[in-house]
Design a protein around this ligand. Structure first.
Ligand SMILES: Cc1cc2nc3c(=O)[nH]c(=O)nc-3n(C[C@H](O)[C@H](O)[C@H](O)COP(=O)(O)O)c2cc1C
Length: 165
């Protein structure tokens, strides 16, 4: 069973990152949720979900539109990895919150989430995506730490590769 990556993106940042991750992991099945195809996730046992956070701790618009369908998915027996983009400086109280919201749906749906990531080297106040000293997935900040992203992506992909491919 192949792996699929689903993402949504308002200004293109998450899209660019999604493409990099797909390239590193050699994933061909990559979907922009803005096309209304989230239910295709049913066809895969291994999934990667990516989202930016908007408003103040809100889902990106396309995620918002697909949210009811997303919540209807059964994640039992599925392995899931998450990545989220945010701005830890301007939105320090809600850094990458959307990733945390997605995490909660996957866990409630019975999914197994891998790819937790240390909160070290980030500077923020609060995040729904934080459990202890880890994020529930890869956190990236193209607004304040773009120079760190490529290395973070490579390391995270190495971390999840055996379980997600
Ligand atoms: C109006 C606005 C609201 C935002 N709200 C948040 C937020 O609550 N939390 C956060 O971590 N980032 C927030 N961001 C930062 C975006 O998530 C970040 O710029 C991201 O890279 C955008 O990715 P995209 O182009 O894929 O949507 C916000 C940005 C803007 C412009």
């Amino acid at each position: 069973m192949a792996t699929a990556l689903f993402y949504a993106s308002s200004t293109g940042n998450t899209k660019d990152i999604a493409k990099k991750i797909a390239k590193i992991l050699d994933i061909n099945d990559i979907f922009d949720i803005g096309s209304g195809n989230i239910l295709l996730a049913r066809n895969y046992d291994k999934l990667i979900f990516g989202s930016s956070t908007w408003g103040e701790g809100e889902l990106q618009d396309d995620w918002e539109e697909s949210w009811e369908q997303f919540k209807s998915l059964n994640f039992e027996g599925k392995t899931v990895a998450l990545f989220g983009l945010g701005d830890q400086d301007s939105y320090s109280d809600n850094f990458v919150d959307a990733m945390g919201m997605i995490y909660q749906v996957v866990i409630l749906g019975g999914g197994d989430v891998i790819g937790f990531w240390s909160t070290a080297n980030y500077d923020f106040e609060d995040s729904i995506a934080q459990i202890g000293d880890q994020f529930v997935g890869l956190a990236l900040d193209e607004d304040n730490q773009p120079e760190l992203s490529d290395e973070r992506i490579q390391e995270w992909c190495n971390q999840i590769r055996n379980e997600i491919i």
